[in-house]
Design a protein around this ligand. Structure first.
Ligand SMILES: [Fe+2]
Length: 488
C-alpha cells in the first residue's frame, strides 16, 4: 500500500495546478486534479488487490531445523503466503555456482478465526555442505521473488558459534538492540529459550513483534536485523507461547505450532491428555487449531537434535507438564542415553529450575529432572522466563532432600572442568529486565548463583571448538558482562 501511495503522491506533485483560469473555473479545474489524485491514492491498490499491498509473502522466508534431527546437510526453508494456488519452488547453490533443481514445498493452510487464511510453506532443502554458506532463492510460477544466503548446520568436527536468548519479541526497544548485537556476533545458529512472542503467542504478535524485528531488511539498534532468513533459529515453547489456551478470546493463539518447523521426535502427547495445555473454546476453534497445526500440535513442544558435536534436548517446562511423569522421564533418559557419544550435551527449556531473582521464585518444577541431567552428564542447561542473566556454580542436586552440592573450585578461567551441571538463565533477550536492584547485592542471591546481571538486556554467545566451550554474555550495547570457559 505504501509503495503505491508513494508513486501516486509523486504523480500528484508532477501534476501542474491550473492557475491560469479565473474564479470558479480555476477551482473546478484544480478540483478535477484532486479527484484524480484521490483515485491514484486509494483506488489503484484496490484494483490490483492485496498482494500489491503486502507483496507475495505474508512472512518472508526463514530457515528452520525441519524434521531431520541429526543431518547437517538438511534444512527447511519456510515462508507464509496468501491462500492462493501457485507453483512454488526453492533453489540452492554454492556461492556463485549453478542453481540446483528446484525443491517443491508442502504447505499447511492456517485457517483460524479472526485471521485471513494463509499458507505456511515448508521446503526441505537437502545435500547442503555442512557448515558452509549457501545461497537460496524462492520462486513462484518460475519467477524468483526472494533470495538470501544461509549457513548450513555444522557437522561434528566443525567449530561453531551459537546465540542463545529468551523472552524476546515483546515489542520493546531492547529487543531490537539485542537483535542488532546478535547480528554483529554472526552466530551460526540461534536458540530461543521460550517466550518467543508476547504476550499470548498469537499470529498477530508474530507479525508485529517477531518477523519485523528478526527478519526485516535493515540491521540497526532501532529496527533489529535480518537474521532468520540466513541463520537457523530454534525455538523452545514458553508460557507466553503456548499457555494461552482460551481460543474463544484468542483464536489465533498457539502460533508456535503453526510457524516453527522442528523435529517431531519428542514424547507422544495427546492434545487433551496429561502433559498438554488444556485448550478451551468453541469446538470449531479447537478444530481449526488442530487442522492448521497438523502433526506439530502438540508434539513439537519437546524434541532433540544434534548441532556440531553437541546433542540438544528441548523440553516443554510449562507447569501443565509433569516431569515426574514416568513416560516423560523415560523418554528423556533414552534421549540422553542415545547422545552418550556426543562431546557436549545441552538442555534448553523456558522455566529455570535454579533462579535467584525475586521474580518467579514459585516455579522450580524443572528440578524434577535435574537428577537425569547429572546422571547423563549434561554440561549446561539454558533457560529464560526470568528477564535477566544468571550463571550458577556447577550444581549437583539431591531431589529427595532438596539439597545441592556446589563446585566452587570451578571459576571458568584457571579451573575449567566443572563438577556438576551449570545452569544459565538468559531471559534478558528483549523484554523489560527483572529485579535490577539485586545485581549489586549478592546477599539476595541463592547460594547456587555465581553471576547475576539484571541491569541490562543481553544474550549468550557460545563458541564451541572440539572439547572447549567458551561463553560470553553480551549486553544490548555490545559489552561482555560475563565470560567463562569449560574444557573436557
Ligand atoms: Fe516466561
Amino acid at each position: 500500500m505504501d509503495k503505491i501511495q508513494n508513486i501516486a503522491l509523486s504523480a500528484l506533485k508532477k501534476l501542474p495546478l491550473d492557475l491560469n483560469r479565473k474564479g470558479n473555473n480555476m477551482w473546478l479545474s484544480n478540483g478535477m486534479y484532486l479527484v484524480r489524485c484521490l483515485i491514484c491514492l486509494w483506488a489503484v491498490p484496490a484494483i490490483f488487490g492485496a498482494e500489491l499491498a503486502s507483496g507475495p509473502f505474508v512472512a518472508k522466508p526463514y530457515l528452520q531445523l525441519g524434521r531431520m534431527p541429526a543431518d547437517p546437510t538438511y534444512m527447511d526453508v519456510v515462508w507464509h503466503s496468501a491462500d492462493a494456488e501457485a507453483v512454488w519452488t526453492v533453489e540452492t547453490r554454492s556461492p556463485g555456482g549453478a542453481w540446483s533443481k528446484g525443491v517443491n514445498p508442502t504447505y499447511r493452510r492456517i485457517g483460524v478465526p479472526t485471521i485471513e487464511p494463509h499458507r505456511v510453506y515448508r521446503a526441505e532443502v537437502k545435500h547442503l555442505a555442512p557448515g558452509k554458506t549457501f545461497e537460496y532463492r524462492v520462486l513462484r510460477d518460475g519467477q524468483p521473488l526472494f533470495s538470501s544466503t544461509g549457513t548450513a548446520r555444522k557437522a561434528a568436527g566443525q567449530p561453531y558459534r551459537l546465540g542463545i536468548f529468551g523472552d524476546i519479541a515483546a515489542d520493546k526497544d531492547p529487543q531490537k538492540k539485542v537483535a542488532y548485537q546478535l547480528s554483529k556476533a554472526k552466530p551460526d545458529a540461534v536458540m530461543v529459550m521460550g517466550d518467543i512472542v508476547y504476550s499470548r503467542g498469537r499470529i498477530t504478535e508474530y507479525r508485529h513483534h517477531f518477523f519485523d524485528c528478526y527478519n526485516g531488511e535493515v540491521a540497526s539498534p532501532e529496527t533489529g536485523a535480518p537474521l532468520t532468513r540466513s541463520i537457523l533459529f530454534i525455538g523452545a515453547p514458553g508460557n507466553h507461547d503456548t499457555a494461552t489456551t482460551d481460543l474463544e478470546k484468542f483464536p489465533d493463539a498457539q502460533a508456535y505450532f503453526y510457524y516453527w518447523s522442528q523435529p517431531l521426535n519428542g514424547p507422544t502427547i495427546a492434545p487433551a491428555g496429561a502433559n498438554a495445555a488444556k485448550i478451551t473454546g468453541p469446538p470449531a476453534n479447537i478444530q481449526a487449531l488442530k487442522d492448521s497445526a497438523g502433526e506439530q500440535f502438540p508434539r513439537m513442544a519437546n524434541f532433540s537434535f544434534d548441532y556440531g558435536n553437541a546433542h540438544w534436548t528441548i523440553l516443554d517446562s510449562n507447569p501443565f507438564v509433569d516431569w515426574s511423569d514416568v513416560e516423560l522421564r523415560e523418554w528423556l533418559k533414552n534421549d540422553l542415553a542415545s547422545a552418550k557419544d556426543a562431546t557436549w550435551r545441552f538442555i534448553g527449556f523456558h522455566h529455570p529450575g535454579f533462579n535467584s531473582a525475586i521474580k518467579h521464585q514459585e516455579e522450580k518444577q524443572m528440578r524434577k529432572v535435574a537428577d537425569l541431567f547429572e546422571e547423563y552428564k549434561v554440561d549446561v542447561v539454558f533457560s529464560g522466563h526470568v528477564h535477566n542473566y544468571q550463571r550458577s556454580f556447577p550444581v549437583k542436586w539431591e531431589t529427595k532432600t532438596s539439597m545441592w552440592t556446589l563446585d566452587k573450585k570451578f571459576d571458568g578461567a584457571s579451573q575449567t572442568r566443572p563438577n556438576g551441571v551449570i545452569y544459565i538463565v538468559t531471559g534478558a533477550g528483549g523484554a523489560g529486565v527483572y529485579n535490577p536492584e539485586q545485581q549489586d547485592y549478592p546477599d539476595t542471591w541463592s547460594k547456587f548463583t555465581d553471576k547475576f546481571v539484571s541491569k541490562v538486556n543481553s544474550f549468550s554467545q557460545v563458541d564451541v571448538d572440539g572439547r572447549r566451550f567458551e561463553f560470553r554474555q553480551i549486553s544490548d550495547t555490545g559489552t561482555v558482562v560475563d565470560h567463562f570457559v569449560i574444557t573436557k
